[in-house]
Design a protein around this ligand. Structure first.
Ligand SMILES: Cc1cc2nc3c(=O)[nH]c(=O)nc-3n(C[C@H](O)[C@H](O)[C@H](O)COP(=O)(O)OP(=O)(O)OC[C@H]3O[C@@H](n4cnc5c(N)ncnc54)[C@H](O)[C@@H]3O)c2cc1C
Ligand SMILES: NC(=O)c1ccc[n+]([C@@H]2O[C@H](COP(=O)([O-])OP(=O)(O)OC[C@H]3O[C@@H](n4cnc5c(N)ncnc54)[C@H](O)[C@@H]3O)[C@@H](O)[C@H]2O)c1
Length: 480
């Protein structure tokens, strides 16, 4: 049945992920429409950051006998109860999503929740699948992104998953084929292998996480190869149904030539990047500017551009427009948009410098700023200073008997400006924050190292030592 009702709104939002956080008390007395085609709460909560990291922790625990053995303690992982892990994770997450939806739908009279896909009909209007039209004073596109699937035979087989579905499998698969070498592929390879599955990861390039600093990418690839099987410089050409309910994947070289290699697996995870959902909202048809990769173009205030000019009252945020597909970036952009919706005469701009990211794999990685190669390109090799501090050369690293952790810092040797940091190892995502702070507040490398106390002998000393190892000026009266 179709209806032709038209809703007038002060604010309309497409997407209930980061878009859901736009509703400050300012909107309590105003009419708001939120359109959501899928599960309420978006990617991070339901199928992204949160459930993946809830799998990472049990996988790390299951792996701990290896580390314990180095320290003279014998542990054994007796069993991994996948259904229990899965149900613990999703009983928490599904309840949060359901409560969020109930709150908006039933407890907020000023909010209308349209649980449908909507398509733009103008700069501040859209239409839902059932014919409901919405005309808004201001509109925010927060429609996110989705997994890219390669067009290969067998991609539609039920054993082939994306991150959207693989976390809800009924049982822990015995054999998992992971296609891709990016964030999602490396995190799931770490989880499944940690929990005891046989993992084969197929990556087109010669290293995993190729976009990261070469030292980190190289060391991670070597460590991954110790934990699960890698097939590098390979792609999957086709997937066929195999015996015992599994599949058989045929590999090819990156140029497409056959290698006669096959991999048998029970489950395949495809993780080859995510494309912005600008097409799902009809952004091009509505005349909005798009980047070549499909992202909606916005200005620094997150205003959507059309013909190079901002469209009044139309904003976008998060994966649908951002060059950084990260939840903390989407959240920051949402805060900026929330401000700008309330204060159209005093717009604020989003800050996109010193954005950190972590790959929660085994080992863990965290990065911020320029890689060494990017720094050389940007300011010239003669101005770049680099220090890599091994975890194993610090006191806490001795306690851990660590052999792989590294903390690399890149700086400008002329003024000590920190340009980037690249960390691999235990707690990398926490340790890097001290460099993120220094970069964000403009603190030079020597001041960051000597202008504060560091708890001895905490693992954080690895950051202190990395900063101290840079060849940077100390100024006339440096902190001691
Ligand atoms: C497996 C995985 C792990 C991740 N881990 C991390 C991590 O550890 N740290 C991190 O920072 N980031 C992580 N990310 C990335 C992070 O999840 C995203 O950057 C973030 O969730 C994007 O938020 P968003 O609000 O832009 O989009 P979303 O949360 O995806 O919200 C967009 C919503 O819009 C809806 N929608 C789209 N089109 C329409 C339409 N036409 N009509 C109605 N509704 C529509 C969608 O259904 C969706 O619910 C991960 C992503 C994945 C997939
Ligand atoms: N911890 C985190 O912050 C986290 C975790 C997961 C996802 N994410 C976000 O989600 C985004 C998407 O993750 P992702 O892992 O899908 O993408 P990605 O961009 O990290 O990696 C995609 C990988 O697929 C490869 N690839 C692309 N097309 C290919 C093809 N046709 N054949 C073979 N290989 C191909 C690329 O070379 C790359 O290695 C990430 O970029 C990240 O921003 C973040």
């Amino acid at each position: 049945m179709t209806t032709s009702s038209t809703l007038a709104a002060d604010l309309a939002i497409i997407g209930s992920g980061s878009g859901n956080s736009l509703l400050t008390p300012f909107w309590d007395e105003r009419r708001v429409v939120i359109a959501e085609q899928g599960v309420f709460g978006g990617t991070c909560l339901n199928v992204g950051c949160i459930p993946t990291k809830m799998y990472v922790r049990p996988a790390a625990l299951a792996r701990s006998p290896e580390e314990a053995a180095r320290l003279g303690v014998t542990l054994r992982t007796e069993a991994v109860d996948w259904p229990a892990i899965r149900d613990r994770i999703f009983s928490r997450i599904d309840a949060i999503s359901a409560a969020g939806e109930r709150f908006r739908r039933d407890e907020q009279e000023h909010v209308t929740l349209l649980s449908q896909r909507v398509t733009l009909t103008g700069p501040r209007s859209f239409e839902a699948a059932d014919g409901t039209r919405v005309e808004a004073e201001q509109l925010v596109i927060a429609a996110g992104s989705r997994a890219v699937l390669p067009e290969i035979p067998g991609i539609g087989l039920p054993q082939v998953h994306t991150s959207d579905t693989v976390m809800r499998l009924p049982e822990l698969p015995r054999r998992v084929l992971v296609i891709g070498g990016g964030y999602i592929a490396c995190e799931f390879a770490g989880v499944f292998s940690g929990l005891g599955a046989e993992v084969v990861q197929v990556q087109r390039g010669e290293r995993l996480l190729r976009q990261l600093d070469a030292d980190v990418s190289t060391r991670f690839t070597a460590e991954a190869a110790r934990r699960w099987e890698l097939r590098l410089e390979r792609t999957v050409a086709r997937i066929d149904a195999g015996p015992d309910g599994g599949v058989v994947a045929s590999l090819a070289r990156p140029d497409g030539s056959d290698t006669a290699e096959t991999i048998a697996a029970d489950v395949v995870l495809v993780a080859l990047g995510r494309r912005p959902n600008s097409d799902l909202v009809g952004a091009a048809e509505a005349g909005l500017d798009l980047h070549p990769d499909g992202r909606i173009a916005v200005d620094a205030a997150q205003r959507v551009l059309s013909g190079g000019r901002p469209v009044p009252g139309l904003y976008a945020l998060g994966d649908v427009c951002s060059a950084h597909q990260l939840k903390h970036v989407a959240n920051h952009e949402a805060r900026v948009v929330a401000h700008n919706l309330e204060h159209p005469g005093a717009l604020r701009e989003a800050r996109h410098d010193a954005i950190p990211a972590a790959v929660f794999s085994d080992p863990e990685i965290a990065v911020v700023g320029l890689t060494e190669a990017e720094a050389v390109r940007e300011i010239g090799a003669e101005h770049v200073t680099v220090k890599t501090q091994q975890y194993g050369d610090t006191a806490y690293g001795w306690a851990m008997e660590d052999t792989t952790g590294m903390f690399k810092v890149v700086a400008d040797r002329r003024d000590g400006r920190i340009l980037g940091a690249h960390v691999l190892g235990y707690q990398a995502s926490n340790l890097i924050q001290v460099v993120v702070s220094a970069m964000s507040f403009g603190i030079d490398a020597h001041t960051a190292a000597r202008g504060q106390y560091w708890i001895h002998p905490a693992l954080m000393e690895v950051a202190e030592n990395a900063l101290l190892g840079l060849d940077v000026p100390q100024g006339p009266r440096p902190p001691l």
